[in-house]
Design a protein around this ligand. Sequence first.
Ligand SMILES: NC(=O)c1ccc[n+]([C@@H]2O[C@H](COP(=O)([O-])OP(=O)(O)OC[C@H]3O[C@@H](n4cnc5c(N)ncnc54)[C@H](OP(=O)(O)O)[C@@H]3O)[C@@H](O)[C@H]2O)c1
Length: 295
Amino acid sequence: MKAVVLREVGGDLALEEWPDPSGIVVDVKAAGINFADVLVRRGLYPQMPTLPYVLGMEVAGLLNGRPVAAFAHAAGGYAERVEVNPGFVFDLPEGASFAAGAAFLTTYLTAHIPLSLAHRAETVLVHAGAGGVGAAAIQLAKRRGAYVIATASTPEKREWAGGRGADDVRGYDEIDDLHVDLVLDSVGGKVFTRSLPLLNPLGTIVAIGFADGLWRDPSVQWLVGRNASVVGVYLNRLVKLQPDYVRACAEELLELWRRGEIDPPIGATFPLADARDAHALIEARRHVGKVVLEA
Ligand SMILES: NC(=O)c1ccc[n+]([C@@H]2O[C@H](COP(=O)([O-])OP(=O)(O)OC[C@H]3O[C@@H](n4cnc5c(N)ncnc54)[C@H](OP(=O)(O)O)[C@@H]3O)[C@@H](O)[C@H]2O)c1
C-alpha cells in the first residue's frame, strides 16, 4: 500500500510503498492532522517515535464496508490502510463526511474533557480559537451556556473564530482586562503565564498544548493565594489508562453530532500525496480549524 513516510527529523513527507498493516484494519478515506504530527516531524515532540515512521493518529474510513471514525493503534493514519485501536472505532453519523470524521475525535475529546470536569465555566477563554481544538472548544463551551472569548493571531482567524460562535475575539496581547472562570490553553509559553492573573477565584487554567513554547510553572503559593488551579490534559494517556471514560465521552459527543449540535471544524483538505503542503500550511500558522488528508 501507499503511505506518507517520514524518514528523518525535518524531512520530506513523501508518498511511498509501505508494508500493509495487520490486526483490525480500516481503509482510510481521511486522516486528521494534529499539531502533534507537526511537532514530531520537526523533532520537537517529547516522546519521539523511531523513524522511519508514518504519522497520523486518527482516521475516518471503512471497516468492512462500515463508515467509521477511529484512533489508530499506533499512528500510521497517513496511509491507504491503518491498524486501528479496536476500543476506539465509532460509527459515523449518517451523512457525515469522512473528512468530518477525521476532524472529530481528538478536537472534541480534548475540549470536552476539561469542560465537563470544570467546577464553574460561566466565562471561558479559549486560546487559539481558530485551531482544531479551539474551534471545538468554542462550540462546546457555548453549548454549555458560557460566555466565550477566543484568541487568535490574525484578524482573519479571529473572524473565523467568531463565526464558530465566540462572543468576543481578541489578539493574545488584548486579554489583560479579562476575568474568567476557565482558560483552555493550547498555546502555552507566555500566553499561559499571561492568562494566570485572569482567573476568577476557584478558576482553572487547563494546559492542553505548547504550540508557542513550554510552560513556566506558577508557584503553589500563588495558586493557593488566588484559589486557582492548573489542570493538565493529555488525551493519549487517558485513552491508554482510562479507556472506558474516554469512550463514554466520545459516545456523548457523537450523540451531540447526530443531533446536529456540533459539527467538526474542517478548515482545509489535501490529497494524501500533498501531506507536505498540508504540514507547510500549519507550520506557517495559516490554517483554520482542522486540516485533513484525503486518501
Ligand atoms: N493535550 C492533549 O491531549 C492534546 C490533544 C490535541 C491537541 N493538543 C495540543 O493542542 C494544540 C492545538 O492542537 P490542534 O491540533 O488543534 O492545532 P491547531 O490549534 O489547529 O494549531 C495550533 C495553533 O496554535 C496557535 N499558535 C500559537 N502560537 C503558535 C506558534 N508559535 N506556532 C504555531 N502555532 C501557534 C496557532 O493559532 P494562532 O495563529 O491563532 O495563534 C495555531 O492555530 C496543540 O498545541 C496540540 O499539540 C493537545
